[in-house]
Design a protein around this ligand. Structure first.
Ligand code: NAD
Length: 252
């Protein structure tokens, strides 16, 4: 049920954390991968090509339409097409946890910008290529926090709720083009960024002990099977869905 056709797949925020786990797993499954990240994209791609895998890196800020257009152009130049967009770049691990009334308007806007404008800008740039192919997959990385109503990060939770809504409406708009749009909602995951942030790491312990059915830490590799599935030929009739991968913490 996993991938049967080699696809050209761009992963935003693909240079580290969950995004790098996605990039590596996709490349190891025979896909050609474009790592689009603010920093470390070229180095991350080199880590893959050094293993004989197919990847390129492009320094891209997902909220900048000109940089995203360039990323799409570079993808088509390198690999001849653009099949799958993974909207993974997001602000989370660098955010301080705080009550809603201590979040500034500027912090709110910045989180919304990266987490909601970013996927919009990337989808707008990628969809024309997908329409050309008569094939396309968009996978948005949401979160289980809007389903749980997690406190002390209201801007983040609201942004990821928006990602789930975005997924559903865009799926309806793009069905006629044979483009599917789905979301993966990870639970609290020990990504590079989380491991560097003590407060976030402590939160992980609480999540595991209080709400997770499977009583162990969640790691980036726990998420890759859902992405490989959504990119696979067999998942072509699934759209508008959000798949929670969180060890059984929420049930959607
Ligand atoms: N780690 C978790 O517990 C968790 C849980 C649920 C959802 N998520 C989501 O998964 C995704 C990845 O999370 P992570 O924990 O690996 O995060 P991370 O902070 O470790 O990595 C995020 C990556 O995105 C890149 N990035 C940030 N802003 C960007 C921009 N404007 N343009 C391009 N790249 C940009 C960063 O450089 C980094 O490589 C995020 O969308 C996050 O919200 C994470």
């Amino acid at each position: 049920m996993t991938a049967t056709t080699s696809r050209v797949i761009a992963v935003t925020g693909g240079a580290s954390g969950i995004g790098f786990a996605f990039s590596e797993a996709l490349a190891k499954s025979g896909h050609r991968v474009v790592i689009a990240d603010l920093r470390g994209a070229a180095e991350a791609a080199e880590r893959l090509t050094a293993q004989g895998l197919q990847a390129i890196g492009t320094q891209t800020d997902v909220i900048k339409p000109d940089q995203v257009a360039q990323m799409v152009e570079q993808t088509v130049k390198a690999f001849g097409r653009f099949d799958v967009l993974v909207n993974n770049a997001g602000l989370f691990t660098t955010l301080a946890l705080k009550p809603f009334d201590q979040i500034t308007e500027a912090e709110w806007m910045r989180v919304m910008e990266v987490n909601t404008l970013g996927p919009f800008v990337c989808a707008k740039a990628a969809v024309p290529q997908m329409r050309k192919n008569g094939f396309g997959r968009i996978v948005n990385i949401a979160s289980t926090t809007p389903i749980k109503g997690t406190p002390n990060m209201l801007h983040y939770v609201a942004s990821k709720g928006a990602v789930i809504a975005f997924t559903r409406s865009l799926a309806r708009e793009l069905g006629k083009d044979e483009i599917t749009v789905n979301a993966i909602a990870p639970g609290f995951t020990l990504s590079d960024g989380v491991l560097e942030n003590d407060l976030h790491s402590k939160m992980g312990d609480v999540v595991r002990k209080t709400s997770r059915s499977l009583q162990r830490d969640q790691v980036p590799n726990d998420l890759v099977a859902a992405l490989l599935f959504l990119a696979s030929d067999g998942a072509g009739f699934i759209t508008g869905q959000t798949i929670a991968v969180d060890g059984g913490s929420v049930f959607i």
